[in-house]
Ligand binder design. Structure first.
Ligand code: 5AD
Ligand code: FES
Length: 356
């Protein structure tokens, strides 16, 4: 095996921090043998922290309206062909009730940046879910808001917040977003969320247009610095009605390799095998788990709206009922020696501020 890469993997696995040059080598000199070695180490860490449990998150895509215009995203405001919908509070609560019966103990409310859902409305939804399911965690994934808004959500009982940083390089960020969105603002939001005691998730797309290994290394260094509780990564997949329609998708192989590295950099991190990973390969999510991931996020949205929340083309499970996905994923995990856990699946060493 290429010994410099193996030595770097060993150092990471032993808890050492790698510098930019070393991370570049780890990416540039990777090969299939090194990847297998990395995955073995990543699984060992994952088994020591989480055993063979896979945590379940029920994703509720509650609004497909978005005021932003990210160049990669299928629900960007300029996509006039996108079908827009909003779920009512009652519909959201029905999704949660159904999810609860299926063993879900975390609900992720995800949507575009939709001003219709004012802070007050979000607070009311979070409160209602926590009241109906006090043993469940509520995760918000609704984009950039003010620190004051985030404070209100936390006070209402929201436990976690997902806000992918998308890329930690300002030049690359500007190639993926219109000027109204900036990396500085995004980082500020993540800092606020952490300070307010949320379990925080950041993340990025793999193989997004213009991305280089240097950018990916900046992403890894950013993770080292922020120390998020969760990291969501998945391959970029083009959407036909966006400026990036003609770009190629990110690779399975590189996504898996990065999952393995992230598991070693942040041993306790909650790391999903994402729907995008399952979209670019029929057993992508299984491969993600075997590379060190420990979370899956099946869809709990009503079937009537599923095919309207398309961030990218060919998204899987848009025709399936929540129960079907739960069963399907249970089987998929069992076949590779893992088990879906009926638990909130919190970050193991939470500071006092993050406990609810
Ligand atoms: N391909 C893959 N992932 C995407 N996302 C948005 N559009 C795409 C796409 N075309 C991801 C972004 C966002 C998350 C909700 O979905 O990283 O933060
Ligand atoms: Fe939805 Fe397999 S996870 S059908």
């Amino acid at each position: 095996m290429n010994t410099p890469v193996k030595a770097l993997i060993d150092r990471l696995a032993a808890g050492h921090i790698l510098d930019r040059g070393e991370l570049i080598t780890l990416l540039e000199q990777r090969n299939p043998e090194a990847a297998d070695y990395l995955f073995e180490k990543a699984r060992a860490v994952r088994h020591a922290v989480y055993g063979r449990d896979v945590y379940l998150r029920g994703l509720i895509e509650f609004t497909s309206y978005c005021k932003n215009d990210c160049y990669y995203c299928g629900i960007r405001r300029s996509n006039h062909k996108a079908q827009r919908y909003r779920l009512t509070r009652e519909e959201i609560l029905q999704c949660c009730a159904q999810g609860y019966d299926l063993g879900f103990r975390t609900f992720v409310l995800q949507g575009g940046e939709d001003p219709f859902f004012t802070d007050e409305k979000v607070v009311e939804i979070v409160r209602s879910i926590k009241q109906a399911h006090p043993d469940c965690a509520v995760t918000l994934s609704i984009g950039e808001r003010s620190r004051e808004s985030y404070r209100m959500f936390r006070k209402a009982g929201a436990d976690r917040y997902l806000l992918r940083h998308e890329t930690a390089s300002a030049d690359h960020y500007a190639k993926l977003h219109p000027p109204a969105l900036t990396l500085e603002k995004r980082k500020g939001c993540l800092r606020d969320l952490k300070e307010l005691g949320f379990q925080v998730g950041c993340g990025f797309m793999v193989g997004s247009p213009y991305q280089t290994n240097e950018h990916l290394v900046s992403d890894l260094l950013f993770l080292q610095e922020l120390e998020p509780h969760m990291v969501g990564i998945g391959p970029f997949i083009p959407h036909s009605e966006t400026p990036f329609a003609g770009e190629s998708a990110g690779a399975l192989e590189l996504t898996l390799y990065l999952l393995g590295i992230i598991r070693l950099i942040l041993p306790e991190v909650l790391l999903p095998a994402t729907t995008a990973l399952g979209t670019i390969h029929p057993t992508g999510r299984e491969a993600g788990i075997l590379a060190g991931a420990n979370v899956v996020m099946p869809n709990l949205s009503p079937t009537a709206v599923r095919s309207k929340y398309l961030l990218y083309d060919n998204k899987i499970c848009t025709g399936d009922e929540a129960a079907e996905c739960r069963m399907c994923l249970g089987g998929r995990m069992n076949r590779i020696g893992y088990e879906l856990a009926i638990s909130r699946g919190d970050y193991p060493s939470l500071s006092k501020d993050c406990q609810s």
